[in-house]
Design a protein around this ligand. Structure first.
Ligand code: SAH
Length: 444
């Protein structure tokens, strides 16, 4: 859920309040990245030698554990005259081969590993192999039941750093977030076209994290024609997807299983869905028999799509209110009105893209969770999520525990939640586990 570029008024907007501070931090870190880059030019090795990244002594450890990122500080020198996106061998201080990696001097992550095998050639065939494996994994996991939306490629965790491909029926949305994947962009689109035969491959390379990689923002059709209406069916529910301007690549596929869980627990309940976007959790709650639903988001356009989605599924629209508001404010108003709910969902945007933002983000999470707890009746359920890479599961649980304490409630964890299986987490890359959720029952 990266910060998005400015949108046309007809499309879902990022919030204008609530996490402005987090945005300023992002700007600062872009500047820091540029400064780091200037310092890094001092690392240039022998210009005439074959291009190669040589690590500092002892800094090969994370690669030996198969973590795919090489930070600028681990590099002793870069031989040859490689340019951004080139594939280079990475060697330890003694000259032993460690990996093939895509080089990006503009990023703090100076190289991302394509392969651990010296005999590999990083060419179109290599990408065909990786993409074929990712597709085969999805099909063997049998994820397509009652759904035609799926994350087909989940970046580092599928061995393709910086590449995300989401499927919405016969449209593919592709997002490139690394210089290495950028270099192979056309070859990757050709392979996807051949293997998946979509009517359109749409590129959504417009997240702000591209600035940290020194890459320009891009948003447009790469192959085929974008249908006027793109829709995804998820567990039998239909959702409109704004591939061009919606958040992420248009829809939050990662919450599929968690939304299904909500449906099973919603019967007869008064539901509050905060940060509802296009209504995902609300539609499931209504199908599960929710008595009333108040759904809040800062984006009026997302809310309009949400109301349409409810209608398009033939779901009852009575006692279903869509409120355009800043959740931080709205929760306070509801508290002051002494409103109570049986089920509260908090699925905010990414407050902490990296650990550097964790402290500020923690305060944001604590605030909304504290208010969420206060709005619950005894026996009520809080579904609370964090999709911040900079907040790990332990820290998130601690923040939520602190919120319950300050709210004066006792609560039990009844479910630990994660992204759906089409967002696998490479065991050697814990950063892949960005989405964590807890379902808590208020006991007193
Ligand atoms: N739960 C949704 C995804 C939520 S994404 C789903 O299942 O599809 C985060 C949402 O938070 C976005 O729709 C964004 O518009 C909204 N948002 C971000 N900051 C906000 C704020 N301060 N107040 C209200 N909504 C906000």
């Amino acid at each position: 859920m990266n910060k998005q570029k400015a949108r046309s008024p007809s499309t879902p907007q990022r919030p204008s309040q609530g996490n402005r501070d987090f945005r300023n931090r992002t700007k600062r870190s872009t500047k820091e990245a540029v400064n780091q880059n200037i310092r890094r030019t001092a690392l240039a090795g022998e210009a005439d030698a074959p291009p190669c990244i040589i690590l500092r002594a002892g800094r090969e450890k994370s690669l030996l554990r198969r973590h795919p990122w090489i930070f600028s500080g681990a590099i002793e020198r870069v031989d040859g005259a490689p340019v951004t996106g080139d594939t280079l061998p990475v060697r330890d201080a003694a000259g032993n081969f460690l990996a093939w990696a895509a080089y990006n001097p503009a990023s703090q992550i100076s190289a991302r590993v394509w392969s651990w095998h010296e005999q590999d050639h990083i060419d179109a065939e290599f990408f065909r192999g990786k993409i074929t494996s990712a597709l085969a994994a999805r099909s063997s996991l049998n994820l397509a039941r009652d759904s035609n939306g799926m994350r087909l490629i989940h970046a580092e965790s599928d061995g393709l750093p910086g590449l995300v491909v989401d499927q919405y029926d016969d449209v593919l949305a592709m997002q490139i977030g690394s210089a290495g994947a950028e270099r192979w962009r056309d070859a990757i689109a050709d392979i996807l076209q051949e293997l998946c035969k979509p009517v359109c491959i749409y590129e959504r390379s417009d997240s702000d994290s591209r600035a940290l990689e020194g890459l320009e923002l891009r948003n447009g059709v790469m192959r085929g024609t974008l249908p006027t209406n793109v829709e995804v069916i998820e567990n039998g529910l239909r959702f409109k997807v704004d591939v061009q301007n919606g958040q992420k690549t248009g829809f939050y596929l990662d919450q599929r299983d968690n939304r299904a869980l909500t449906e099973t627990l919603a019967h007869g309940k008064d539901v509050l869905n905060c940060f509802c976007y296009t209504g995902g959790f609300s539609l499931y709650a209504r199908r599960g028999g929710a008595k009333s639903m108040l759904s809040i988001d800062a984006s009026g356009d997302a809310l309009r799509i949400a109301a349409e989605n409810l209608a398009n599924n033939g779901l009852d629209a009575s006692h279903a209110e869509w409120q355009e508001a800043d959740v931080f404010q709205a929760l306070r108003t509801l508290r002051d009105q002494n409103r109570k709910f049986d089920l509260v969902i908090l699925d905010p945007p990414k407050f902490a893209p990296t650990a550097a933002f964790a402290e500020k983000a923690s305060r944001g999470y604590k605030d909304i969770n504290l208010l969420g707890f206060k709005l619950l009746r005894p026996g009520g359920l809080l579904f609370t999520y964090s999709c911040s890479g900079g907040i790990n599961e332990d820290l998130f649980q601690k923040i939520v525990a602190g919120a319950a304490l300050d709210a004066g409630v006792d609560a039990q964890i009844v479910h630990h939640l994660h992204a759906s299986a089409d967002h696998p987490v490479l065991l050697s890359f814990p950063e892949g586990a960005y989405l964590k959720g807890l379902v808590l029952m208020v006991t007193g």
